[in-house]
Design a protein around this ligand. Structure first.
Ligand code: ADP
Ligand code: MG
Length: 267
């Protein structure tokens, strides 16, 4: 802890405070996430440490990198890379409804898809893909996936319950019928994220939980604005297919001809 100076408060995370800190010797800024373990059992603490260890092994340009983690006085501290552009949710809401260009959307989308492909290749599911967990950095040219489910290990309750406590907007239809979370559930959430980048609105919205469940499980969403290509709109629809097996996997998405063309031109 003495290696870091406190800079400022970034926000209240679901399990504890999130701070911006500065490494004394490096002079570099990092994010310090505190996760309270007071109520956790020995088994849960162990699981949290295991998960932190796993996170530290992930190395990808589009995943928020973890510097170190340690437990002190019943608190798990995770030090990670600071993304100075903030999260995508905040960025989108600051646009006040002004639509993004297709090129901008694809350039971010491809990076998130690459991060997901990396995780899926290692048999890791993100499980909490949403605009709040996507971070912007390097003048917003690089986007990074964060929050790889530490909280999940801690809670000990099933995925369904956990998502209801958090944001259910990105929950896929299979979770409502108690089918297991799978790779294609991450693809569904990715579809919701792209939809949101195209419309500045959640793909599925309702006043209460049962209204939302109904919308998600009937799967009808308003079409994307006219300015976007048919290819993009077909891609989004395919990611939001009701049946997980009807959705493409991340590698298939990245091999689509129109995505390939964008990648060859710009990345
Ligand atoms: P949790 O997911 O544990 O509930 P959050 O991810 O919501 O906590 O973090 C709280 C705040 O800190 C949010 O405003 C978020 O944007 C910010 N934040 C979290 N991680 C980073 C990061 N790596 N870089 C910049 N800001 C971050
Ligand atoms: Mg978060």
């Amino acid at each position: 802890m003495e290696n870091y100076d406190y800079v400022r408060f970034l926000g209240q995370g679901s399990y504890g405070e999130v701070q911006l800190v500065k490494h004394v010797l490096e002079g570099k800024e990092y994010v310090l996430k505190k996760i309270g373990l007071h109520k956790a059992s020995a088994k849960e603490r162990f699981a949290a440490e295991q998960e932190a260890a796993l996170l530290s092994q992930l190395k990808h340009i589009n995943i928020v990198s973890y510097k170190q983690s340690f437990q002190l006085n019943s608190t798990l501290y995770i030090v990670m890379q600071y993304c100075e552009g903030g999260d995508l949710h905040t960025w989108l809401s600051n646009r006040k409804g002004r639509l993004m260009d297709e090129l901008e959307i694809i350039l971010w989308f491809v990076q998130i898809a690459l991060a997901l492909q990396y995780l899926h290749a290692k048999n890791i599911l993100h499980r909490d893909l949403k605009t709040q967990n996507i971070f912007l950095t390097h003048k917003n040219e690089i986007v990074k996936l964060g929050d790889l489910g530490i909280a999940r290990q801690l809670s000990g309750i099933n995925d369904m319950a956990r998502t209801i406590i958090g944001t259910p907007y990105y929950m896929s239809p299979e979770l409502f019928s108690n089918r297991p979370y799978n790779f294609k559930s991450d693809v569904w959430s990715l579809g919701c994220v792209v939809y949101e980048m195209c419309t500045m609105k959640h793909a599925f919205r309702a006043r209460d939980f049962s209204g939302l469940a109904y919308k998600i499980c009937t799967g009808k969403v308003p079409p994307l604005p006219d300015k976007y290509s048919t290819e993009l709109s077909c891609l989004v629809s395919s990611m939001l297919e009701q049946e997980p097996e009807d959705r493409p996997n991340v590698s298939e998405i990245l091999h689509l001809k129109f995505i390939r063309t964008y990648i060859q031109m710009f990345i």
